[in-house]
Write a protein that binds this ligand. Structure first.
Ligand code: NAD
Length: 251
């Protein structure tokens, strides 16, 4: 299949300093998009910008939980340009049994994974920001928003909230020609998985691997799906959750 072009398109990518967010930034850069790279991790952002090898990049070093300041930061970064796409990849994981759940961390997990998604949707769909031709919003959910797993309640709750958000916004924003979808990844080899490996024995990580009939995924597996949902090839798809999990939830 021919690759879509994003020439003349502006896309905001959160979590661009690492993992999936970095890979979608690289792919969009190679397809000609102008990308606004947002992350709390400045070094990660600079590394992504270097790897993109594109002039059409702007770095936004910001904390997605600082909702009071975020709108002004985004307006200043856009300098009057309009957005054709939003990819919300920034996220944190939190593995903890309920009895020892740190409630501040649980709230932070919700704020980054879910609340930032609705905040960004509100900002990006406003008439002064959205392209007159419409746009595509893509959120990164997780299989744990769909199926249960122990010691994962705060993360699972934050990801299942994306399901309701996507469906509701798909209806509300259709008149503005804004499509809203999510990707539901299984385990991907990124820093998030490395952090898990630090906290759990090799046997646990091996068991996780075995739960994916096609093995663990790579960042490109998710990025390819994001490119599809951002492009006109998915022009009639909205309110969907695209499962990209190597067969994890098929069992
Ligand atoms: P990652 O840790 O490599 O990247 C997440 C990025 O989010 C980091 O660069 C981090 O600095 C940024 N971030 C965190 N808090 C922020 C904040 N307050 N403000 C701005 N930026 C912030 O993780 P990843 O694996 O690339 O995950 C990307 C998304 O995919 C996440 O939403 C994650 O839940 C989801 N996901 C990942 C996996 C996986 O196996 N890696 C599986 C399913 C879903």
């Amino acid at each position: 299949m021919e690759s879509p072009t994003f020439s003349g398109k502006n896309v905001l990518v959160t979590g661009a300093g690492s993992g999936i967010g970095r890979q979608i930034s690289l792919d969009l850069a190679s397809l000609g998009a102008f990308i606004y790279l947002l992350d709390i991790n400045k070094d990660g952002l600079c590394e992504t910008a270097k790897l993109c090898k594109s002039e059409k990049i702007k770095i936004i070093h910001a904390d997605l939980c600082e909702f009071g300041a975020l709108e002004d930061i985004l307006i200043a970064a856009l300098e009057g340009e309009r957005l054709d796409g939003l990819v919300h990849c920034a996220g944190v994981s939190q593995l903890s049994p309920l009895k020892s759940l740190d409630m501040d961390r649980a709230l932070n997990t919700y704020l980054i994974n879910s609340h930032a998604a609705i905040f960004l949707s509100k900002f990006c769909s406003s008439y002064r920001v959205i392209s007159k031709l419409g746009a595509s919003f893509v959120f990164i959910s997780s299989i744990y928003g769909q199926v249960g797993s122990a010691a994962n309640s705060a993360y699972a709750m934050s990801k299942s909230a994306i399901t309701g958000l996507v469906k509701s916004l798909a209806i509300e924003l259709a008149p503005k020609k804004i499509r809203v979808n999510s990707i539901v990844p299984g385990f991907i080899e990124t820093s998030m998985l490395n952090k898990l490996s630090e906290n759990f024995d090799a046997e646990y990580v091996d068991r996780l691997r075995a739960l994916h009939p096609l093995g663990l995924g790579g960042v490109s597996d998710v990025s390819n799906a994001i490119v599809f949902l951002l492009s006109q090839k998915s022009r009639w798809i909205t309110g969907s959750e695209l499962v990209v999990d190597g067969g994890y939830t098929a069992q």
